[in-house]
Design a protein. Structure first.
Length: 378
């Protein structure tokens, strides 16, 4: 087994790093790892536009949609470098990783022509309307309703923890169109539609990053529905598998672990016992990396990877937690303002076990779908 990158992959990584060096401002570290802000969002729009002009935003997309049909390895190398740098694409990583590819597969011609080109140019931000109060990762229990009335749907309900909703132009929304697990449909809803209210949720990760969204008699045409009524589960399973492995948090976690170790060595506090704990956290980062790579390899060979995506996602949660615990135990002064980067990583690492599906839900999926253990009766 050869773990080395080939020359094309090495050259692409070097190209991405050179672009980052040339296009990130001198104070980028402070901006990227500080609290979420409008300044970050504004920069992300400009940055993604520049990425698109250089052919580095969507190289893995089909040529028809502005890409160059690069394989999944190129997409993952891009994601690794972006996350290691503090993810300057902001919310547009969702467009690149899974919303765009989902529309290419399931969208109507009208939907594709309307929404995909602005994504390819780096001009638009989307939000994901999944979680609800008392219905987080358990999507089967969602209560936002979309009732058909002739050529329109009327949507009523509430979403919560919605990232980027305050800046997004469009929402990838799940709503119930009939009772039961199979009664959920997807709607592509412009955020300026009358009846939508967005409110910030104050949090330790900054202002304007997560929101609650209210839908009060929001009227959308039938053409806003993605796929058929009740097709949400089929579509979302594919979309989420792209999302869960498309965020290589392990790359930034590993970088922050090395940063903490460097601080300890400089202070003369990197004892054998501390080194052993650092090694455990480092091993967890490597496990997460290799698990993700195995899934990317499956994609390259055209193999379905839905259950494995949950396992890869959970391995990333573990590595984030071990790095955070190492910092808390051995570099606590960094969390009191001694190192803004480690503090920011610790704050954002808190959501690692929640975003993209709670860790506990991933364990359920691993048990029932990957290990195929029987479900306990309720």
């Amino acid at each position: 087994m050869d773990f080395a990158w080939n020359s094309e992959q090495e050259n692409f990584r070097s190209t991405v790093r050179a672009f980052l060096k040339a296009n990130l401002p001198a104070d980028w570290e402070t901006l990227a790892h500080g609290p979420a802000s409008k300044e970050q969002t504004s920069f992300a729009r400009k940055f993604c536009g520049a990425l698109a002009q250089e052919g580095l935003l969507i190289p893995h997309w089909p040529e028809r949609w502005g890409g160059r049909d690069a394989d999944p390895w190129i997409a993952f190398i891009l994601a690794e470098e972006m996350w290691m740098a503090g993810e300057p694409r902001g919310g547009q990583y969702m467009n690149v990783n899974w919303i765009g590819p989902t529309l290419m597969r399931f969208g109507s011609e009208e939907q594709q022509q309307r929404y995909i080109p602005p994504m390819a140019r780096g001009e638009t931000i989307w939000c994901q309307g999944f979680s609800e109060p008392e219905s987080g990762s358990d999507l089967a229990s969602l209560r936002t309703r979309a009732e058909r009335d002739g050529d329109f749907y009327k949507i009523n309900g509430q979403k919560i923890w919605t990232s980027y909703a305050g800046d997004a132009e469009t929402c990838f929304l799940l709503a119930r169109t009939s009772p039961g697990k199979g009664g959920i449909s997807i709607f592509l809803v412009p955020m300026d539609t009358p009846g939508i209210t967005v409110r910030d949720i104050p949090s330790i990760i900054g202002e304007g990053d997560i929101h609650e969204v209210f839908f009060d008699d929001v009227k959308v045409p039938v053409s806003a529905r993605l796929g058929e009524e009740g097709q949400a589960w089929e579509i979302v399973r594919i979309s989420i598998s792209l999302e869960r492995v498309g965020i290589p948090r392990f790359s930034l976690a590993s970088r922050m672990l090395h940063r903490a170790v460097a601080l300890l060595k400089k202070a003369g506090r990197f004892t054998p016992g501390v080194a052993e704990q650092a090694a455990k956290a480092h091993a967890a980062c490597e496990v997460s990396c290799l698990y993700s790579y195995s899934i990317i390899d499956q994609r390259v060979h055209g193999q379905a990877t839905s259950p494995e995506a949950s396992a890869g996602r959970f391995s990333t949660v573990i590595c984030e937690r071990l790095v955070a615990e190492f910092v808390v135990e051995h570099v606590p002064e960094s969390l009191a303002g001694g190192d803004p980067l480690l503090l920011a990583h610790h704050q954002r690492g808190i959501v690692a076990g929640i975003a993209s599906g709670a860790a506990e839900i991933q364990l359920n999926l691993i048990a029932t779908e990957l290990l195929q253990l029987p479900r306990e009766p309720r």
